[in-house]
Design a protein around this ligand. Sequence first.
Ligand code: GLA
Length: 375
Amino acid sequence: MGDWTVRHVRARAPGRVNLIGEHTDYNDGFVLPMAIDFATTVDATARDDRLLTIASDHYSDVVVALDLDALPQGPTGGWADCPRGMVLELQRDGAIFPGADLRIASAVPLGAGLSSSAALEIATGLAMLALAGARVDRIALAKVAQRAENEQMGTRSGIMDPYVCAKARSGEALLLDTRALTDRAVQFPHGVQILICNTMVQRKLASGQYNLRRESCERAVEILHRRFPAVAALREVTLEQLEAAREQLDPVDYRRCRHVITEDARTLETAEALSAGRLHDVGRAMNASHASLRDDYEVSCEQLDVMVELARSCDGVYGARMTGGGFGGCAIALVPRSAIAEVEATVRAGFARAFGVVPDLYRTSAAGGAEVLSE
Ligand code: GLA
């Protein structure tokens, strides 16, 4: 060892919001996320003894030290699972690293559904690969991050979060086809902004409930496939087919499918509407998405429902919905720039009145994706 030429790397990767297309990514469907103005930074310094140490600004007194030749496998529930899992999965793909000291600084709110974990995985991956002098393919990196999430953290999440984190471009949302793994840039219009409204409800039960939703979809696809052999995922199921198979489906699974099928259609419509500047149509689709997530997919909660109602009650707001996996976390509202301060005041006061908690609110533009800042 000792022949690693790059000794220090700083990489940063942003969190994300999803404009629409929720719980569609593990059904081979479409999503429309964008990166946000909050990012995680990973400083990686090479060391030559095959040790990986991980320190985070959030846990100032704890440094995790691990042997790169014997990294623990599977979820441990600790905060370092995410970077440790990423390094482990990269090694499984053949990457050869020197040892490294990792220092993490995150401005992405944790546990708020803004993909702080994808940001950490992608920033870790970029930094480690740069240390190793390896070529980076952004889509491959996103897949590794998804695997780290699935296998090392125990959430069977889809590709959306790491993909947008790795590939976003400033000023654009990405219409991502999660089956083909191709994307189309959708210009985010001037004059409007996304206001992120944090319910402050941490997504505690999220991964168990999330995996259950996924199982519902898989169960239904098995039944639908028997009836319509061309069906491999909910992506290609029409509402007519779903109706035709209704009697065979568990009633709850049926509603889960109805959400996914209608959400896919809304996502494609929203991408068109956003490109054409038809913001009222975008807002309507966001509102319908929230209703479907609340009633059919049942991943909202009271705080999210109240938050979106408060945002929608403000003059000028085009639409609002929960964003991300649900069960707490954040809602987003599409707001004219000129109205944003007023919307913030109304939402803050209304939410505090309803729940006795002052919500964090963040304005964001469509930010750029992950990058290596210095080598
Ligand atoms: C989480 C997952 C994503 C996606 C969303 C719901 O953010 O990480 O893969 O499934 O939930 O759309």
